[in-house]
Ligand binder design. Structure first.
Ligand code: PLP
Length: 372
């Protein structure tokens, strides 16, 4: 029986092993490991790619979000609107700044923040809206930017899952006041370790984040702000330059896989990803929905297919967010019970994909799936 990994990074990296090796040699031979030429080159290349003026490499995606909130002076007493359906980092960044995350429910079809509900969450303490482009699907940014303008709010995109995606032809990361992204190894643009970046056209904010990531310092040993140590190191920047050159081609392969899944599962009794007119997604994840998700996952495991749940527990039900327990966020909870992410990566082969879809059909046509 064939086994299908959820994401085969080893196989992906074999396809670029030589340039990665050269990058490693370049850095070790330079003797320069932090805040050097590789970082500067990557920042320029990724800013160009995202169609923004400034890219600032930082330690990880959570820090990118957190440093942005600090740069905007958002903190205790402030509220930031976040999706109820997201990876917990979106919420944690807000909490770490001292502000309060205010969750808004998703649309059931896109799983992204429901923009029609945002205005009901705005109070006189609201400072920012933090939409997430979940699964690589852009959130509906125009209504968000309209509300932000009307109420004088900052828009910070969480683009960690969506490097390369477009919304109405514009790159994700260039759509709000600023954006944060993550280079965690499993992301579409992943480092060989942790990494993240801030993107913005605002020079003042860019400079502030540059300072904050490096001990609040512009000039060595002179500290104007109580800063942090959150830098993207030279080795990761060098690896990311190699992978950035591949990103568009890899995203095309992901799109082809998503197309195949949608075609082969069209008549299956599962909900498939919905792509709005405005969106050009990059398929970080291919997420289906089914009421018997747990049994389906178990069946696929037995067939050698690894799947993942993004995410099994929404932030407001996590132990670290006890105070949010009582909030009514039923759609986030339903999604957490029903979503399942199928294997997807640029190196997923069509026989593997065929095995995944065949196994799903087998389950749905079996007696165990008809019991509820
Ligand atoms: C991965 C991710 C982050 C955090 O990135 P790290 O680099 O792991 O800190 C933030 N938001 C979303 C939506 C993510 O998927």
């Amino acid at each position: 029986m064939i086994s299908v990994p959820f994401l085969d990074l080893e196989k992906l990296h074999q396809t670029i092993r030589e340039p990665l090796d050269r990058a490693y040699h370049r850095v070790i031979d330079s003797g320069w490991f932090s805040m050097g030429p590789e970082l500067e080159a990557f920042e320029n290349e990724f800013a160009d790619y995202c169609e923004v003026k400034h890219c600032i490499g930082v330690g990880n995606g959570l820090e990118a979000l957190h440093l942005l909130l600090r740069a905007y002076g958002i903190g205790p007493g402030d509220e930031v609107i976040v999706p109820s359906n997201t990876f917990i980092a979106t919420w944690l960044a807000v909490s770490q700044s001292g502000a309060t995350p205010v969750p808004v429910e998703p649309n059931e079809d896109t799983h992204n923040i429901n923009t029609a509900l945002i205005s009901t969450a705005i109070t006189d303490r609201t400072r920012a809206i933090m939409p997430v482009h979940l699964y690589g699907q852009p959130a509906d940014m125009d209504p968000i930017n309209d509300l932000a303008e009307k109420y004088g709010l900052i828009v910070i995109e969480d683009a960690a899952q969506a490097q390369g995606a477009r919304y109405k032809n514009q790159r994700v990361g260039s759509l709000g006041h600023a954006a944060a992204t993550s280079f965690y190894p499993g992301k579409n643009l992943g480092a060989l370790g942790d990494g993240g970046a801030v993107l913005t056209n605002d020079e003042t904010i860019a400079n502030k984040v540059r300072q904050l990531r490096n001990y609040g310092s512009k000039v060595k040993y002179q500290h104007d702000l109580p800063g942090y140590n959150s830098r993207l190191d030279e080795l990761q920047a060098a690896f990311l330059r190699v992978k950035l050159a591949k990103l568009d081609a890899w995203n095309v392969l992901r799109r082809e896989i998503a197309c195949q899944y949608s075609k082969l599962l069209a008549d299956a009794n599962v909900s498939l990803p919905f792509v709005p007119e405005f969106a050009e997604p990059v398929w970080h994840l291919y997420v289906i929905r089914n009421k018997q998700r747990d049994a389906l996952k178990e069946h696929l495991e037995q067939q050698g297919v690894s799947t993942v749940i993004h995410y099994p527990t929404p932030p407001h039900l996590q132990a670290c967010y006890q105070d949010f327990r009582g909030q009514q966020l039923p759609i986030a909870e339903i999604l957490a019970n029903e979503v399942l992410s199928l294997p997807i990566s640029p190196v997923l082969e069509s026989v593997e994909l065929g095995h995944v879809t065949k196994s799903i059909h087998n389950f749905l046509n079996s007696p165990e799936s008809l019991t509820s």
